[in-house]
Design a protein around this ligand. Structure first.
Ligand code: VGL
Ligand code: ZN
Length: 215
């Protein structure tokens, strides 16, 4: 049985140059990600899509007097306030139109609860009850026999990192394809990820001609 899955996190127009929350250099991941998807290296591909209603609690515009990148306390945890981004059914929320999304068998939409942010593909951030409700992705992957997860996409220091940390905590063998990510804060490095049990690799090791399909 195939046991590896690729999770492509939030490759959406709002996180690309010209978008509402553009991540520097994010367009550089598009060509190698396109090649990786077309290589058929992964028997299972899942994409995530940040998918906020207007007036989402993570938007600075929802908090009078606050500006983007301010932090507030929300339900006892630090919440960074973002520019309005990835609003449901707007062009900025769409997955990049030139990537071959047909390879993805599931798209997990997250952050749709107006009162709670959601960085991880697996669980929301903390809600008012102090819980992080699951998205159902862990069950989907387990039912498909997945044991190893490879993660790429945007942004490295938020949705990619939170997804990878949850994957480790859920018992998956977890790898970030480092060159297929870009960070909101480029000074964030890989040491913290490694110390959490996440493996970091470069995409060329997956695309190497001698490498067979990922199992
Ligand atoms: C993200 C900030 C806010 C991400 C999503 O995809 O990393 N970052 N919403
Ligand atoms: Zn968001």
């Amino acid at each position: 049985m195939d046991r590896s899955a690729l999770i492509v996190v939030d490759v959406q127009l709002d996180f690309l140059p010209g978008g509402a929350l553009a991540v520097r250099g994010s367009d550089e991941i598009l060509a190698p990600l396109d090649a990786l998807l077309r290589s058929n290296r992964f028997p299972l591909v899942v994409a995530t899509q940040d998918w906020h209603p207007p007036g989402h609690v993570s938007f600075a515009s929802s908090h009078p007097g606050r500006r983007p990148f301010d932090t507030i306390d929300l339900y006892g945890h630090e919440q960074i306030l973002w520019p309005d981004h990835c609003i449901q059914d707007t062009p900025g929320a769409s997955l990049h139109p030139d990537l071959p999304w047909r390879y993805a068998t599931a798209i997990i939409r997250k952050g749709a609860d107006g009162d709670v942010d959601s960085y991880s593909a697996f669980r929301n951030n903390w809600n008012a009850a102090g819980k992080r409700p699951p998205t159902g992705l862990a069950g989907y992957l387990r039912e498909r026999g997945v044991e190893r997860i490879f993660i790429c996409g945007l942004a490295r220091d938020f949705c990619v990192k939170w997804t990878a940390e949850d994957a480790v905590d859920l018992g998956f063998e977890t790898t970030i394809i480092w060159d297929l990510t870009r960070a909101v804060d480029p000074s964030s490095d890989g040491a913290a990820c490694r110390s959490r049990g996440i493996t970091l690799i470069q995409s060329r090791t997956l695309l190497d001609a001698s490498a067979g399909p990922m199992r």
